[in-house]
Structure formats: C-alpha cells, structure tokens
Ligand binder design. Structure first.
Ligand code: ATR
Length: 280
C-alpha cells in the first residue's frame, strides 16, 4: 500500500480554544473525503501569536483558523490580507502558500450568506429592508456580506449609537442608522431582521425586541447558536416567521477554509449538523 508523502494538518489558534467545535467539523470532512490528516486545537496566547503563525509553514500546516483573541492582531502579521478581511477588520483564516508565505482572509460573511441560502434558497439581499441589531465585530462581517450581496436598504441599530454611526460612515451606501429606542419600529415592512448582539446567548438576557410590526413573511436570523433557538427565534417562529440560527454560519464559514487548505469544497450534511448540534 502506498503512503501519502505527508500528513495533512490545519488547526484553530486561540485562547481559550478547547471549546472550539472546529476540530470536530474539519476532522469529519477529512475522514469523509478519505484524507489522511488532522485538524487540531492550538492553544496560543496573544504574546505567542506571531511565532506560532510563522511556525506553520515549517511544521507543514496548510493553514489555520483564528479565534479570540487573535482575529485582529493577525492582520498585522500575515504577508497578504484579502480585501474582505480588510473591510471586516478581522481575519479568521490563514492559508500557507507554496512559498511559505501567510495569507489572511475572513470567511464569516461567506458563511453567513450560505447559512441564509440554506434556509431560504431564493433569498435576496435586495428583497426589502434589512434591520440589523448590533454594531460589533459580528455585525461587521454580516454588513459587509449583505452589501456585497446587493442589499439596498439596511436599518442599523445599536445600543451605543456612535458605533452604528461609525459603521454607517465606514461602509456607507445602503446603511441608515436608527436610534436603539426606536428599534421596535425599525421592523415595520422589513424583509429580514438580524440579531448580531450577544443578547439571547446563554447566560445573557433576552434581546428586548417587540416583533408586532414585523411582517410574517420576514426572515428572522440570529447569529447566536448557544442556545440553538434563542428567545428571539422562538418568538418569531411562533408567530409564523421563518427563522435561521447561528450554527449555519459556523458550519459554512469552514467550507472555503477546508477547500483552500485541502482542495475539496466540503458540504454541510445533515449528519454533520446533528453531530455538532449534539455538542451544544
Ligand atoms: P462581537 O464581536 O461578538 O459582535 P462586541 O464587539 O462586543 O462582540 O459586540 C457586541 C454587540 O452586542 C454590540 O453591538 C453591543 O452593543 P454596544 O455597542 O452598545 O456595546 C451589543 N450588546 C451587548 N450587550 C448589550 C445589551 N445589554 N443590550 C443591547 N446590546 C448589547
């Protein structure tokens, strides 16, 4: 029997990192595609990031994902940074080039849109107003992806108004900001509403949002995935809205990374989804 000339390697760098579901996800795909290799958690503190990233080529890693606290700092270290990561202002994926150089990208926006299309294949960003709650790091990835998908009317509201105003200035175009106190009214006539805040996550209070004015045809998306059904999604489902939880974004952002490292674009199967859901 012939042996491959090297063991495929990738991983996720972060601190803490042991809670990450990415190893389960990528190791599932490695096995499914008959690839000999492993995706491992790399427990790296902030001070060790540069050395750890520079060690990847020598160790034969195809690349890695990045999680807290490395997503911004890594942008200053890599040799090439793609425009999407620059606009999002964070990277979540490193690809080692044939020459040992490091390229940074961010697949969160891709993952977000793919998760929406999985739930609603005919979804369009320009189908009507999109109300986005929150203006943190997650909101940046969602907003960039909505703009790139052709959204024409984005209503952005955040507890701290200045952060929403800054994002509207930076990304321009279709974003209009709305005062946090007026967020309930910002659902009137919306085709979609997206929670990018931490509210509704396990251990956090529920998102305080009255859905009365939201059309029943609107899609309701929450990027939180612990719990899988947040109080927002539960309330939306009970009144007849289609809902999308945040797990799809996590699953789908991993696909282009796997493809860049190992040359196969993997699928999010129902078996994979169930396997990850069982860990939540
Ligand atoms: P992430 O990178 O995960 O988006 P973040 O940058 O800390 O994290 O952003 C968290 C988001 O949740 C922000 O929009 C935050 O609002 P502020 O900008 O006002 O902080 C929002 N958020 C956190 N706690 C909140 C609360 N109690 N009520 C409303 N929004 C809240």
């Amino acid at each position: 029997m012939s042996h491959p000339d090297h063991y495929l390697l990738a991983g996720v760098m972060g601190w803490p990192v042991m809670h990450s579901r990415s190893p389960k996800l990528h190791n599932y795909w490695l096995a499914r595609h008959g690839l000999i290799g492993a995706y491992v958690p790399l427990a790296i503190k902030e001070a060790g990031l540069e050395k750890a990233l520079r060690a990847l080529p020598a160790l034969g890693f195809a690349g890695c994902n990045l999680t807290i606290p490395h997503k911004e700092q890594a942008m200053k270290i890599v040799d090439h940074l793609d425009p999407v990561a620059k606009r999002i202002g964070a990277m979540n994926c490193v690809i080692v080039g044939a020459d040992g150089s490091l390229s940074g990208t961010n697949n969160d926006g891709f993952g977000y849109i793919a998760s929406i299309r999985e739930a609603k294949p005919d979804w369009r960003a320009d189908a009507g107003p999109v109300t986005v709650l929150g203006a943190g790091g997650a909101a940046r990835a969602v907003l960039v992806s909505l703009i790139d998908e052709g959204a024409k009317d984005i209503r952005l509201t955040n507890r701290t108004a200045a952060r929403a105003d800054d994002l509207a200035k930076e990304f321009g175009g279709p974003i209009k900001t709305i005062a946090w106190n007026d967020r309930h009214d910002a659902l009137q006539g919306a085709a979609m509403v997206i929670n990018t805040t931490s509210q509704g996550m396990v251990g956090q209070p529920d998102l305080d949002l009255k859905l009365d004015l939201l059309p029943q045809t609107a899609l309701v998306s929450d990027i939180v995935y612990i719990p899988l059904e947040t109080p927002l999604l539960s309330a939306a489902r009970q009144r007849g809205n289609t809902t999308v939880n945040g797990l799809g974004m996590l699953l789908h952002q991993a696909r282009p990374a796997f493809n860049a490292w190992f040359g196969v674009m993997p699928e999010v199967t129902s078996e994979l989804r169930k396997m990850i859901e069982a860990t939540i």
